[in-house]
Design a protein around this ligand. Sequence first.
Ligand SMILES: NC(=O)c1ccc[n+]([C@@H]2O[C@H](COP(=O)([O-])OP(=O)(O)OC[C@H]3O[C@@H](n4cnc5c(N)ncnc54)[C@H](O)[C@@H]3O)[C@@H](O)[C@H]2O)c1
Length: 280
Amino acid sequence: MVERAGRVEGKVAIVTGAGSTPGPGIGTGKATAVVLAREGASVLLADLYPERAEETQRMIEEEGGKAEVFAADVTRAADCAAMVRAAVDAFGTVDILVNNIGRAALGTVVDTDEDAWDQAMDINLRTAFLASKYAVPVMAGQGGGSIVNVSSISALRGDGTVAYSAAKGGLIAMTVDMAYSHGRQGIRVNAVAPGHITTPMVLSVSAPGARAEFMNTMRSEAGLLGTPGTGWDVAWAATFLASDEARWITGATLPVESGVLSVTPLMMASHLRGVPEPGE
Ligand SMILES: NC(=O)c1ccc[n+]([C@@H]2O[C@H](COP(=O)([O-])OP(=O)(O)OC[C@H]3O[C@@H](n4cnc5c(N)ncnc54)[C@H](O)[C@@H]3O)[C@@H](O)[C@H]2O)c1
């Protein structure tokens, strides 16, 4: 059998938020770190909760991959500078940065208070800004690299999360600006926009039971394919964008959403109406 080289063979990657909220399933950062390692990258696993990243490291090492844990609050500049240094010290450079950290925040423009607004900006946008700020010079110094920002369909369609949507929209704006500013340094910058995927974080928001099952089914039925999406779907898309197979793609936002952005809500009504409400 011919051995195929991994798609990111020999590359060094940093994944921020490389742990996952505890629970069934897998988060996007954890899945992306695992897929990058499977495809040949050495991965620095940055997370606020190191025990979460250690779980990711265990998964990678069990498969024979290479990963190191780095405990960091990626909203802090000093931690981001140290995170990039740690990747260089451990693995020699930084080729790939996946800005994955984020958390949804419900609320309209009227009922979102200033603290909630600031928090959403810090977690979803500032983290990507600061991690990139310190990774880009290393990438530029070696002639290139690839950055993938994890945005959301909430940046593109209303869903009652004004601060989160604004931050995820900011991430798309940052993607095109960084792609422009650093293209001639060989740095590609792209985003993925996940849709209604099911991750442990999503499941943790509601207690398990009939209502949670109902919402899960609704998330699947809202898409053209009618099937559930997971952290792995985001990981495969992010790994493609990070790899040299995407060498002529920059400034793009790739939806990973079972086609929900390609249809009017009315067309999905019959599918959604067919899902029995809990208690029916
Ligand atoms: N789950 C969905 O339906 C969905 C949809 C669209 C977009 N997304 C995006 O996908 C990304 C990951 O979502 P998930 O469901 O896998 O979440 P998750 O909570 O399971 O994973 C995020 C990880 O980031 C870490 N983290 C949080 N703040 C941090 C900080 N300041 N510094 C370092 N680490 C920090 C957490 O400890 C956690 O391990 C987010 O950007 C989210 O907005 C998710």
